[in-house]
Design a protein around this ligand. Structure first.
Ligand SMILES: [Zn+2]
Length: 128
């Protein structure tokens, strides 16, 4: 039996974005399984360093996914029409890039980090 290839995502709690993001990650990276950590408007949280306690708690959960499940890839997602983070699509994309950069710094070489944008049609794209 081979070990399943696993990735991790920090996604909004919004039910509209769960399946599109998981399907995108499975397709793009060939993951068998995706560990999902949800947080309302995570792009807002991780683009600022204001709520360090909450950030620390989520990063601990990412660490569990890495250590217990051998995930080496983390995605952070934001989406159109987010009720927890009601900003323009352009601001979302800037926040997602900033959030991915912050998580990349926190995680160092332990995991690769990518930012994902989900548009109003549920189409997912990576922000480089
Ligand atoms: Zn949302």
């Amino acid at each position: 039996m081979t070990t399943p290839k696993r990735g991790t995502v920090i996604n909004c709690i919004d039910g509209r974005v769960q399946v599109p993001v998981i399907e995108y990650l499975r397709e793009r990276y060939g993951f068998d399984l995706v560990d999902v950590i949800t947080e309302p408007g995570p792009d807002l949280l991780f683009s600022q360093s204001v709520d360090r306690e909450r950030i620390g708690h989520i990063v601990e959960t990412v660490g569990l996914s890495r250590e217990a499940n051998a995930s080496r890839h983390l995605a952070i997602a934001g989406h159109h029409d987010c009720r927890a983070n009601p900003v323009s699509d352009a601001v979302h994309r800037d926040q997602i890039r900033a959030a991915a950069a912050m998580l990349g710094q926190l995680l160092g070489d332990e995991m690769s980090v990518v930012g994902l944008w989900v548009d109003g049609d549920g189409v997912v794209s990576a922000l480089e």
